[in-house]
Design a protein around this ligand. Structure first.
Ligand SMILES: *Cc1c(COP(=O)(O)O)cnc(C)c1O
Length: 379
């Protein structure tokens, strides 16, 4: 096959993200047997490094689940919500809606508390919903990728605890880009994936599971097979996966997590993301007629949503600008599709996103913003 026309674009989308050359090269390391001791050489350090990134020791078990972030979200719902219980899904955007849909599609008694796009969870409304619905389990999104809002999961998890419910957190798009504060928030389960801030290809969901989640799962009669966190943990305790993993991705993950923890350093990685957020905010301020969409105080360290002026049409973003940036070697993110459909129908201005997650550097970002600024000026 002739692959010479496969473009090599720098991805400024919000996942999958740009993969470093060393991590790409790791894809050519040899395949191995996933029940052989070769597996341990990759997976023992992978498990240890994931814990280090989460800032935990033995407070949480960690497992890799074939699939992606959604697969791990589904496992949390199937393993931790009984059919005679209510699950409250708090949503601040499309990915909060996804968690709700997963609960509904699995036949759970699910109710949703929805905040407006661009807003963060508000404690008083959460409290009212907890009082009204008396849920056994509450799901929330740490970093809402469609709107660029990062929620305060620590305060909402503690509120959920006041009402005796189990909090579950979707951290798919933020884990690896900031200190997630797992030990302060203490959800029963925290879920993420490989292809966002970890800057790896997609392929595994990653779940941090607290002992109370294990206890709870034992009371849920039907948990499925690969969606059963108890089965998953039996394998994870041997540093293995329940079903045959993509050994190419495991090779890449071993190399990439070692780089994150031992070469870049966890603190430096988090600081880089925070600095890139400030860099993008400063750039947006200089663009006439553009402004930040996400609620102040809750703006994501790993992606920024930008509201374009009225003069920039939805189609211009999706077509012209995207193609012009492609010609410059970048994949531009014209905003979350469903969100922009809603904005268009409501007569609002379009919103685009700038992903600054994973291994994007401040230097790469500066070049991108310069070129994006030039193209925006031409629209
Ligand atoms: C990307 C994303 C998901 C979905 O993850 P997949 O890996 O695509 O299944 C879920 N939640 C959030 C917040 C995300 O950003």
């Amino acid at each position: 096959m002739n692959t010479s026309d496969f473009a090599s674009l720098k991805l400024f989308i919000t996942g999958p993200t740009l993969v470093r050359e060393e991590t790409r090269q790791a894809a050519s390391l040899p395949e191995f047997g996933h029940r052989d001791k070769e597996n341990d050489k990759r997976c023992a350090p992978i498990m240890e490094h994931l814990r280090a990134l989460a800032g935990v020791h033995d407070e949480y078990e960690v497992c890799l689940i074939n699939g992606s972030g959604s697969t791990a979200l589904e496992a949390s719902v199937r393993s931790l919500v009984r059919d005679d219980e209510t699950v409250l899904n708090i949503s601040v955007g499309a990915f909060g809606d996804l968690y709700h849909n997963i609960a509904v599609n699995n036949g759970k008694r699910a109710v949703q508390l929805r905040f407006d796009n661009g807003r963060a969870m508000d404690a008083e409304r959460v409290r009212a919903a907890l009082e009204e619905h008396v849920p056994a389990v509450v799901t929330m999104t740490h970093n809402e990728t469609s709107t660029g809002v990062t929620n305060d999961i620590e305060s909402i998890c503690s509120l959920v605890r006041e009402y005796g419910a189990l909090p579950l957190v979707d951290g798919v798009s933020i884990f690896g880009g900031t200190d997630i504060g797992l030990l302060s928030a203490r959800p029963a389960m925290y879920v993420t994936a490989t292809q966002k801030c970890l800057a790896l290809p997609a392929g595994f969901g990653i779940a941090f599971v607290a002992p109370e989640a294990v206890t709870k799962a034992e009371t849920v009669p039907v948990r499925g097979h690969s969606s059963d966190i108890l089965r998953q943990l039996v394998s994870a305790r041997k540093n293995q996966m329940l079903t045959t993993p993509n050994t190419t991705l495991l090779n890449q993950m071993a190399v990439q997590l070692d780089y994150i923890v031992n070469t870049e350093g966890i603190e430096a990685r988090f600081a880089r993301h925070a600095a890139m957020r400030d860099q993008v905010h400063a750039w947006v301020e200089k663009q006439d007629g553009f402004d930040l969409f996400a609620q102040q105080g809750y703006r994501s360290p790993v992606l920024t949503t930008v509201r374009a002026p009225e003069s920039v049409g939805f189609d211009a973003l999706k077509n012209d600008l995207k193609e012009r940036m492609r010609a410059r070697g970048y994949l531009f993110d014209p905003g979350y599709g469903k969100l922009n459909t809603q904005m268009r129908e409501a007569g609002e201005r379009p919103i685009f996103r700038i992903g600054h997650m994973g291994d994007i550097t401040p230097e790469l970002l500066a070049e991108y913003l310069d070129e994006l600024g030039e193209e925006l000026a031409r629209l």
